[in-house]
Design a protein around this ligand. Structure first.
Ligand code: HEC
Ligand code: HEC
Length: 295
């Protein structure tokens, strides 16, 4: 009798809570896709466990490995509280209080709304825990000194929430949020200074020194060097399929951004991204390598 009563209680209270939890997890999964978390936190190869870390990220400052962010208590974020997770996204601070390297793009994620960050946390916590140990980064001096990131942040990092433009409503603002906060598009599509910090005046105008040493194109609506020739429809189609207006397919890291991210979003959100890109200030800049590299 008592057992049955207990089951009834569980049914009454746990089920609606589970229902709400599922909704939160599903929202978190969608947002994690928009934010591209999986790409950097999953090793290459067909047998890699999603979010269990091991992805090699070659940067001009050294080689980083995306850590395990499954809920494993030892190697992942199993012991992290929601507040610690929000602090990592917003301020680039690890659970133990150490500074995180900005290769984890908290410089953009600082703009993610708290509710969205909470949903992403709920989603990560819902994943199967993987006991995959983390790989140590391979960084030369002085970048191997984590404390130095305190100075880097002081000089180069402005934490703060996303501020919608007051004269924009609907799609442009949603697009701005998707591009600037979650999609962190500018982290690859903008050139960096000597410090490795984004040059705001050249936002989205491309760089010759992108991730893996690749050229990243200008995505401002400049007629000669940017995407002025693309229609909104072209952009939406590209963000869905990876196919360029000339029928070519995009390669490398952008293909991954589309496969794990923009290709899995709702059409309205791709539309919002496209409309926002077309509203950017055109910047004339054609990134190209100074001299052809040996293969
Ligand atoms: C461009 C690659 C990249 C993307 C995208 C990325 N991360 Fe990371 N992340 C990293 C790297 C590299 C580190 C380790 C940084 C360090 O050691 O200072 C890291 C660290 C973290 C940490 C701290 C883990 C620990 O054990 O210290 C958390 C939590 C985290 N990322 C969550 C996320 C979430 C959530 C997203 C998506 C919203 C995301 N990351 C997207 C590369 C990335
Ligand atoms: C991890 C780095 C990275 C991120 C993040 C990234 N891109 Fe890209 N993007 C690239 C690279 C590299 C290319 C060029 C790919 C190629 O050469 O085929 C590219 C190409 C493009 C193009 C095609 C431009 C052209 O002229 O061919 C568009 C449009 C674009 N990206 C939009 C976006 C948007 C919107 C976002 C954010 C949702 C984004 N990108 C995020 C690296 C990135």
């Amino acid at each position: 009798m008592l057992a049955r009563f207990a089951i009834l209680l569980v049914a009454l209270f746990a089920l609606p809570a589970a229902g709400r939890g599922d909704e939160l997890v599903a929202r978190g999964e969608y947002l994690a896709r928009a934010a591209g978390c999986q790409s950097c936190h999953t090793a290459n190869g067909p047998n890699a466990v999603p979010f269990a870390g091991g992805r090699k990220l070659a940067t001009p400052k050294g080689v980083f490995y995306g850590p395990n962010i499954t809920p494993d208590p030892r190697h992942g974020i199993g012991q992290w509280t929601e507040a610690e997770f929000l602090r990592a996204l917003r301020l680039g601070i690890r659970r133990d209080g150490a500074h995180l390297y900005p290769v984890f793009p908290y410089t953009s994620y600082t703009k993610i709304a708290d509710d969205d960050a909470r949903a992403i946390f709920a989603y990560l916590k819902s994943l199967p825990a993987s006991p995959t140990p983390n790989k140590a980064h391979e960084l030369p001096f002085p970048y191997n000194i984590r404390m130095a990131m305190a100075a880097w942040k002081w000089l180069n990092f402005k934490p703060g929430a996303f501020v919608p433009a007051s004269d924009a409503v609907g799609a442009p603002n949603r697009g701005a949020y998707l591009v600037e906060a979650l999609g962190h598009c500018g982290e690859c599509h903008t050139k960096r200074d000597w410090w490795g910090a984004i040059v705001p005046a050249m936002a989205f105008a491309g760089t010759k020194d992108g991730p893996d040493g690749k050229v990243v194109p200008n995505i401002t609506p400049d007629p000669e060097t940017g995407i002025d020739g693309w229609s909104t429809k072209d952009l939406v189609y590209f963000l869905d399929t990876g196919l360029l207006p000339d029928g070519d397919s995009t390669g490398g890291l952008m293909a991954e951004v589309i496969r794990n991210g923009t290709g899995k979003l709702a059409d309205e959100d791709r539309q919002a991204i496209a409309i926002y890109l077309q509203s950017l200030k055109p910047i004339k800049h054609k990134p190209k390598k100074d001299s052809p590299r040996a293969p």
